[in-house]
Design a protein around this ligand. Structure first.
Ligand code: HEM
Length: 462
């Protein structure tokens, strides 16, 4: 494919793939393998690429860190999440923090921010540790028998339990194993809806629509039950739900309605549990491939903890473990792309961006950009030493997004992932089941398509 830079009326447009279907543009390769197609186009056409779907429908893939910074930070007020994001995700999260906009979003963010400050989060360390340790008997038994299992499933169950307990003091995976399943079903449906396909409205009774609506109903029932029970509890536990229920609007003094609480609770569950589970799953996979790194994590963890459970104070003593998590999210960013919509005309990298067109950011590709990452495919936690972070453009790495819509749970996630990985490595050596295939599932988040089947071995058998 050749590079085509088009100009019209003095405007310069970004290069486009040359071989496009006369009617469907790039629709077919995008539908077949979005990440593969974007990767090829990045190497052929560079830092900003213009694509066409149906005639007259264009979007841009924007990969250079300076351009990402322009969209997420410097000119962020010209970019909203837009229909591609809000529409599908809003089907499940309603008007929660992830999808709301304008003054309403600003107010909700202000109300919720204090619950995510580091100090408030330290209160969750004990729960994170205890819930992880509950998996030990099971993992010990598997270790004793040399039995293989999918660590992705256990990580999903663990992070869902932690989310349930820290959010509303209820181990949701226990109340109904179906809660996790329904959440995943709804999640996958939303992911498919974000793809450029012919839209089928939710009222059409297709099997997929009906399954999604049933899952959403079941999730709602559980969440509303929890809210109702909480309203009747005289001394509620100090969890995130309590903080949300206690929050009052600065101007009107009003509290959140049940509907709003429901939207925020589902948002936090959806945004928080799967992303962290995937990070941990990829981190475990990486350690099975990088024995030297795995032993270095073990040396750090065993030196600091000396066999004990980690506390909040220990977190800052585990910089290498945290760097392993950060490097994992570089190569395997759970949120691997972010859509934005330009509100007014703009210019990025000297190219014209018309208002109301989609701008797609892509962590997966920017995180592997050869101009900013030496030997980008190599796993190297040392890339995240403070000196090397400071020497890089800020938006060469943005697993949590950036600007005013940056992830509210980033510290929560980093803390949880560091603690769980430390506990796991302290007790076990992990091997990948020989021949287990590793492929990407990019439906929504970046998951390992076939899970990650491992065999664990106790480090100090009792
Ligand atoms: C490794 C784990 C996580 C990753 C990779 C991740 C990633 C992201 C990204 C990329 C965004 C920005 C979306 C955008 O700008 O369009 C975001 C927003 C958000 N995340 Fe996370 N997240 C993680 C964990 C969490 C956790 C643990 C929570 C809550 C407990 C959470 C709650 C949220 C919320 C509520 C937003 C919307 C913030 C707003 O727009 O004001 N996330 N996350």
């Amino acid at each position: 494919m050749e590079l085509t830079v088009s100009t019209s009326a003095g405007k310069r447009y970004a290069p486009m793939p040359k071989a496009q279907h006369w009617l469907l543009g790039s629709f077919l390769p995008v539908r077949r393998d979005l990440l593969g197609f974007y990767t090829r186009m990045f190497y052929e056409l560079g830092d900003i690429i213009r694509f066409r779907g149906l005639p007259g429908l264009y979007w841009h893939l924007v990969l250079h860190p300076a351009y990402v910074e322009h969209v997420l930070l410097r000119n962020q007020h010209n970019y909203r999440k837009g229909k591609v994001f809000d529409g599908p995700i809003g089907l499940i999260t309603g008007n929660g923090l992830l999808t709301s906009d304008g003054e309403f979003w600003r107010r909700q963010r202000r109300l919720m921010q204090p619950a995510f400050h580091r100090q408030a989060l330290f209160g969750f360390v004990a729960t994170m540790v205890k819930e992880t340790e509950k998996f030990f008997p099971d993992w010990d038994a598997r270790a004793a028998q040399g039995q293989a299992f999918d660590i992705a499933q256990d990580m999903a169950a663990l992070t869902l339990r932690i989310a349930g307990l820290t959010l509303f003091s209820t181990p949701v995976s226990d109340t109904a194993d179906t809660f996790g399943r329904n959440l995943r079903l709804a999640f996958d449906f939303v992911g498919l809806k974000m793809r450029p396909t012919l839209p089928v409205p939710l009222w059409v009774p297709t099997p997929a629509n009906l399954r999604f609506k049933a899952a959403r109903r079941r999730l709602d029932t559980v969440v509303y039950q929890i809210i109702e029970a909480r309203r009747k509890t005289p001394n509620p536990p100090l969890d995130l739900l309590a903080m949300l229920m206690a929050a009052r609007d600065e101007e009107t003094g009003s509290a959140m309605s049940d509907q709003q609480l429901r939207d925020e609770v589902i948002t936090l569950l959806l945004a928080g549990h799967e992303t962290t589970a995937i990070t941990l799953t990829w981190a475990v996979y990486v350690l099975t491939q990088e024995p030297v790194v795995a032993e270095q994590v073990y040396d750090e963890v065993s030196g600091v903890l000396r066999g004990a459970s980690p506390t909040a104070d220990n977190l800052k003593q585990l910089p290498y473990t945290r760097m392993v998590i950060e490097e994992t999210m570089r190569l395997y960013p759970p949120a691997w792309g972010l859509p934005r919509e330009a509100i007014h005309d703009d210019e990025i990298g000297g190219y014209h961006i018309p208002g109301r067109t989609l701008v797609a950011l892509n962590q997966f590709l920017t995180h592997r950009h050869p101009d900013f990452w030496e030997d980008p495919e190599r796993f190297d936690p040392e890339r995240f030493t403070p000196a090397r972070v400071a020497a890089r453009p800020m938006f060469a790495y943005f697993p949590f997004g950036g600007g005013q819509r940056v992830c509210i749970g980033s510290q929560f996630a980093l803390m949880e992932a560091t603690l769980v990985l430390a506990l796991l490595v302290q007790r076990y050596r992990v091997r990948l089941v020989p021949g287990h295939p590793i492929e990407f599932d990019t439906v929504f988040t970046l998951r390992p398509k076939h899970g990650v089947r491992v065999i664990v071995e106790r480090r100090t058998p009792q």
